[in-house]
Design a protein. Structure first.
Length: 69
């Protein structure tokens, strides 16, 4: 099952996410994570846009040719 990107603010996530691809929440902040999940659950169109943008960003950043270099 494909999901939108809700990730905490730890190494690597800051660089991978953009406002168009996910919501970055502080590390060890369950209330903030819950808020982000509820926010996205309440806006399926936004979640779908983020999912599409996140998929494309991952493809752009981690293309096989780039990763091998």
């Amino acid at each position: 099952m494909r999901r939108g990107a809700d990730r905490d603010h730890i190494r690597g996530n800051r660089e991978a996410l953009t406002p168009e691809t996910g919501i970055l929440v502080p590390e060890r902040a369950p209330a903030e994570l819950a808020r982000a999940v509820v926010e996205l659950a309440g806006d399926p169109a936004r979640l779908a846009r983020m999912r599409t943008a996140a998929t494309q960003r991952a493809r752009d950043l981690f293309r096989r040719q780039i990763v091998r270099a």
